[in-house]
Design a protein around this ligand. Structure first.
Ligand code: C5P
Length: 221
């Protein structure tokens, strides 16, 4: 299991990162949050005042100030160059603009290259939208995590409250649906279940149970 590569894909707020982090800890493997990379790119674009039409220019800034990860007592930190963007990339302005950034071919090409380098030694669980289909098509285990939009909005609502962000539940449902629509209909690497991925519907199922199921699949390989 030390060298296993696990791909966890699925729509927004389906619990991918929560379960991926636990699995990484249990199996003592790396966790890579690929969504954080698209978010970091989006944050860079917005803070440089770029319009969506100019988002591709972000790549030049990222080459000078690469995205990297660090650890803290309460989770993973995300940096762009020397700047800690961990909290900034979770703000609603970034969340609502990220699908536009993620649809740009040059950005995906750049980030996918970085992701493959990080995964090249194995022993990794990655979550995203295109891990099983594009980034690691030969991953040993692929999971496609889904849940009802109502439940996902509810989870995001609670997460946001903990961060002190207040959002209407119906607004969240709308935003999640919109993000999934954009991510599933884009031309390049759309959100899609890989043919050999295991579909796991987590509606009404607790985190521990989801983790348990995925770890059982991994041990059975
Ligand atoms: O996983 P998270 O919700 O943080 O991802 C943010 C956004 O990044 C997604 O809505 C999607 O547009 C993009 N993304 C992607 N491919 C990935 C991971 C995330 O296009 N592998």
């Amino acid at each position: 299991l030390k060298n296993i590569r696990i791909a966890i894909d699925g729509p927004a707020s389906s619990g991918k990162s929560t379960v991926a982090k636990i699995i990484a800890k249990d199996f003592e493997i790396i966790y890579l949050d690929t969504g954080a990379m698209y978010r970091a790119a989006t944050y860079v674009a917005l803070s440089n005042g770029l319009d969506e039409a100019d988002f591709a220019q972000t790549i030049n800034i990222l080459k000078e100030n690469p995205i990297s990860f660090g650890a803290s007592s309460d989770g993973q930190l995300v940096y762009v160059g020397e700047v800690d963007v961990t909290e900034a990339i979770r703000q609603p302005d970034v969340t609502n603009a990220v699908s536009g950034m993620a649809a740009i071919p040059e950005i995906r090409e750049y980030l996918v290259d970085v992701q493959r380098v990080i995964a090249s030694h194995g022993g990794i669980v990655m979550d995203g939208r295109d891990i099983g289909t594009v980034v690691l098509p030969d991953a040993e285990l692929k999971i496609f995590l889904v849940a009802s939009v109502e439940e996902r909005a509810e989870r995001r609502f609670k997460e946001n409250l903990q961060k002190g962000i207040e959002t209407e539940l119906t607004t969240l449902q709308f935003e999640i649906t919109e993000r999934d629509r954009k991510d599933s209909t884009r031309k390049i690497s759309p959100l899609k279940q890989a043919a050999d991925a295991i579909l796991l519907d987590t509606t009404g199922i607790g985190i521990a149970e989801v983790v348990e199921r995925i770890e059982t699949y991994a041990k059975e390989l």
